[in-house]
Design a protein around this ligand. Structure first.
Ligand code: CP3
Length: 341
């Protein structure tokens, strides 16, 4: 499949940049909320027909240049035996947080890929519709550090205090958990490739809490292992690494085998392009700009388009995900502005 998105990951896109948005399938869309009113979030994730339908919703409504599979990063935690609940206004909650080596030992890496079979079925189900639109499908997983953070904290945390306590006092617990997550994630992403995804993105949302040294020890060492295994398995599948904190960690991210570096909004795209001519770059509109008036939104989108004009390796995205209360008309405007560039 040649699409603008895949060409841009190879730095071979001759035309306007492709555009898609993190969390493009979600609660800001009425069509999503209609389904959500009838089902539990995890049931939606685990029902391939629903996951396929939700994956297509933003593509049909706004025509983004890539689809991302509707799922969640915490399915790998669940496949290891964690009990995950998604609670309205609170986010993910994990019933028995991991705090000790015996806790880690209870997690089982047996049959994890079989337990995630519903994801592969969703991929197979959605691919024909996307192929008909020549729209590639991005599969994904959470980086072990970010998934481990939820498993240790037990819920979203603003500072990862418990994770830090374990990291600094009993690092062997954290490393044992990261090892298990890494094993599952490698098999999970290979399974997604076998099922038909065109590209992969790894989400390391909580990396921004780490120091330069600890990012390498507790996050990148594991992500790097995943990326090299994926590259050995399928060299032609493009891999994007999204780190919140990418503006600071860019030199480290650039040294991985990732094809695309997804940037958060403190980063200067122009400076990053100068520093990393070999990488495709994705980003980096401040998502909160979607709350601004349409003319302000237009100005900010056009600034990015001007900075990256005719860059063959640029993918327009947000610096992080869409929020549930964002106006779908603003999403439509961004897609139109980029595609008319
Ligand atoms: O981007 C997409 O459209 C694809 C689907 C996707 C979801 N989550 C759907 C989802 C992806 C790629 C994710 C990744 C994810 N999940 C991350 C990494 C990227 C990021 O956004 O930071 C993280 C940290 C999670 C964990 C998670 N899952 C959180 C923090 C939440 C939101 C909790 C809340 O209530 O605000 C979820 C739930 C979730 N994942 C929803 C969706 C559409 C909302 C669930 C609902 O309908 O209630």
């Amino acid at each position: 499949m040649t699409s603008r998105y895949i060409q841009a990951t190879q730095k071979l896109n001759p035309g306007p940049p492709p555009v898609w948005m993190m969390r493009q399938a979600g609660r800001y869309m009425q069509q999503y909320r209609d389904i959500r009113a009838k089902y539990d979030f995890l049931d939606m994730v685990k029902t391939p027909a629903l996951a396929a339908e939700i994956t297509l919703q933003p593509i049909h409504a706004f025509g983004m240049d890539a689809a991302i599979l509707f799922s969640d990063i915490l399915v790998t935690a669940e496949s290891l035996g964690s009990h995950v609940d998604f609670i309205e206004k609170k986010g993910p909650v994990i019933a028995k947080p991991i705090r000790s080596l015996p806790d880690v030992s209870e997690l089982s890496t047996a049959d994890t890929v079989e337990k995630l079979h519903y994801v592969f079925k969703a991929i197979q189900e959605v691919k024909p519709s996307l192929n008909a639109l020549n729209t590639p499908l991005i599969g994904f997983a959470g980086a072990p550090f970010t998934v481990a953070s939820y498993m240790i904290e037990g819920a979203s945390s603003s500072d990862l205090k418990t994770v830090k306590q374990l990291m600094f006092n009993t690092s062997e617990v954290v490393h044992a958990l990261l090892d298990k997550l890494t094993l599952v994630t490698i098999d999970y992403l290979k399974g997604q490739i076998n099922a038909g995804v065109d590209a992969l993105q790894i989400f390391d949302t909580w990396a921004l809490h780490l120091s330069w040294d600890d990012f390498q020890i507790f996050s990148l060492a594991y992500t790097q292992k995943i990326i090299s295994e994926i590259k050995a398995f399928s060299p032609e599948t493009p891999v994007t690494l999204f780190c919140k904190g990418s503006s600071g960690f860019a030199p480290l991210i650039a040294a991985t085998q990732a094809d695309v570096m997804s940037l958060d909004w403190p980063a200067s795209l122009l400076e990053m392009r100068k520093a990393y001519p070999q990488l495709a770059l994705q980003g980096n509109l401040d998502p909160y700009v979607l709350y601004a008036a349409p003319d302000i939104l237009e100005k900010k989108v056009k600034k990015i388009l001007a900075d990256m004009h005719q860059d063959p390796g640029f993918i327009f995205n947000l610096g992080h995900g869409l929020m549930p209360d964002m106006n779908p008309d603003q999403v439509k405007r961004v897609v139109e502005l980029v595609q008319q560039a």
